[in-house]
Design a protein around this ligand. Structure first.
Ligand code: PHE
Length: 339
């Protein structure tokens, strides 16, 4: 019997060493300690032992039982910790691993240049004004000295919401809104979208952008207009840029001028880009018409002002060598990613 018990113990040792799961451990427990288990069978035969043998074998049997029970518990614990280890390993987070970078958007070329323009004017003490794109006929035309039958309406044909409301054809409407709400001294630029019923081609779009400028103060002259525009152009295009003022007509400025800048390609000699002119037309400008000032309640015996309006697309195209305006609106990333 003693041999049997020792053999059971050996068997238990081996089985436990080889057990790889909780289920296997349970099988071992049942095979050895269960009701029909090996050890139980041995103990059942105890009755046949002599009175001297019984306690000796009994003690040995108990030892074997507690050896097996202890072994099972120990194995259970080591299996559990191995399982936990494996799980931790599997779920480990490598915080040093490179992440997936979100794709960053970029500034649109129109905004790149607009920000530059804003910086230049803010540097000269201007602030930024805004007005609605859906505008009253009054602000877009009437208050700018363009009554209903004025021919200037033909060149700025726009989209009518109704008889009194249009999509603004020029940012000059913001001049009126600013003068109605602010007392001189006034120094603002008003960038924004404008609309005209033009067909789309390489240099036209029914939607484009202008930047309006307005200064009203005591003693403002054409000299201030020239100085301001010159500072602006030289900052934008470099110190070699030369401005040229040509007499022109706008209903809301008097006198009026169109302003050209020396060709950025040939520097004024004349080339293909400037069509031999040496200069490129850039903007409209002039001294604010007294009628316009007075309509806004500004005393023209005290104050005078100048205004200008430039097309943002034109500056951007020149600046970035873009030869087709449509590229600016098509949202083709292959184009936009170049800037
Ligand atoms: N609003 C004019 C245009 O769109 C430009 C302009 C602005 C002219 C301000 C003079 C003064 O053509």
């Amino acid at each position: 019997m003693k041999e049997q018990l020792l053999a059971t113990k050996e068997k238990a040792k081996e089985a436990l060493a080889g057990a790889g799961s909780l289920a296997e451990l349970e099988d071992i427990r049942i095979a050895l300690l269960g009701k029909k288990g090996e050890l139980t069978a041995v103990l059942r035969g105890m009755g046949a032992l002599s009175a001297e043998e019984r306690p000796v074998i009994g003690q040995l049997a108990n030892e074997v039982r507690s050896f097996i029970e202890g072994g099972i518990e120990e194995k259970k614990a080591s299996l559990a910790s191995a399982a936990r280890e494996a799980k931790l390993k599997e779920e480990r987070l490598d915080v040093t691993m490179k992440g997936r970078m979100p794709v960053l958007g970029k500034k649109h070329p129109l905004n790149i240049v607009l920000d530059e323009v804003k910086d230049i004017f803010v540097g000269m003490g201007f602030s930024i004004a805004e007005g609605p794109e859906v505008e009253y006929d009054y602000y877009n035309f009437e208050a700018l000295n363009i009554p209903k039958d004025h021919p200037a309406r033909d060149t700025q044909d726009t989209f009518y919401i109704n008889d009194n409301v249009v999509l603004r054809s020029q940012t000059s409407s913001v001049q009126i809104r600013v003068m109605e709400n602010q007392k001189p001294p006034i120094r603002v630029i008003a960038p924004g979208r404008v609309y005209r019923s033009d067909a789309v081609d390489a240099t036209h779009s029914p939607v484009f952008h202008q930047i309006e400028g307005l200064v009203v103060d005591k003693g403002i002259t054409m000299g201030d207009l020239k100085g301001t525009l010159e500072t602006f152009m030289k900052t934008l295009y470099g110190n070699d840029a030369v401005l040229r003022f040509r007499p022109h007509h706008f209903p809301f400025t008097e006198p009026s001028a169109e302003v050209d800048v020396s060709c950025f390609v040939c520097g004024g000699k004349g080339c293909r880009v400037c069509k031999g002119e040496g200069f490129i037309e850039l903007l409209g400008a002039g001294m604010v018409h007294p009628k316009v000032l007075e309509r806004c309640g500004i005393d023209t015996s005290v104050y005078s002002g100048f205004a200008f309006g430039l097309g943002l697309e034109r500056i951007v195209m020149r600046r970035m060598n873009i030869d087709d305006m449509r590229l600016l609106y098509e949202n083709d990333l292959r184009f936009l990613n170049q800037f």
